[in-house]
Design a protein around this ligand. Structure first.
Ligand code: HEC
Length: 112
């Protein structure tokens, strides 16, 4: 990930869409290599596993998932909804369902 992408994401998160284009040009000359993210989701055959791997890394590392204390499936479902409704994650409704199911079953405390 390079600096302009990060700046762009920051701009998107704070609702300053215009900044994206403005920041992209000047910082292009500066290429900073960040270390690969090492945090990975618990593997699963559920479709939501692949989907979470695609969608849940857009804004932050998967540490955000892995470092949560044990939580209920309801928490995970609400969490995914919050990413969409509050933080503006562009995750399609059908994928929200799949990811919630995956997180609830794999990270949830009440569906073992
Ligand atoms: C559009 C950007 C975006 C996407 C995509 C996104 N998140 Fe987040 N997420 C955030 C922001 C912003 C925070 C809050 C960061 C902070 O408080 O430091 C956050 C925080 C979290 C947290 C920490 C607890 C909390 O509620 O603050 C968890 C867990 C989490 N995200 C899970 C997910 C999962 C699972 C997905 C995929 C379904 C996802 N995120 C996708 C933006 C995003």
């Amino acid at each position: 990930m390079n600096v302009s992408k990060i700046a762009c994401r920051a701009a998107l998160l704070s609702g300053l869409l215009g900044l994206c284009g403005a920041l992209a040009a000047p910082v292009h000359a500066l290429e900073i290599k960040l270390p690969q993210a090492t945090s990975q989701l618990k593997a699963s055959t559920l479709a939501g596993y692949q989907s979470a791997n695609s969608w849940c890394v857009m804004c932050h590392s998967l540490d955000y998932v892995n470092t949560q204390p044990p939580m209920s499936a309801a928490f995970w479902s609400a969490e995914v909804t919050k990413m969409v409704k509050v933080y503006g994650a562009p995750i399609p409704e059908d994928q929200v369902k799949l990811i919630s199911e995956y997180l609830g079953k794999t990270y949830g405390t009440d569906q073992k």
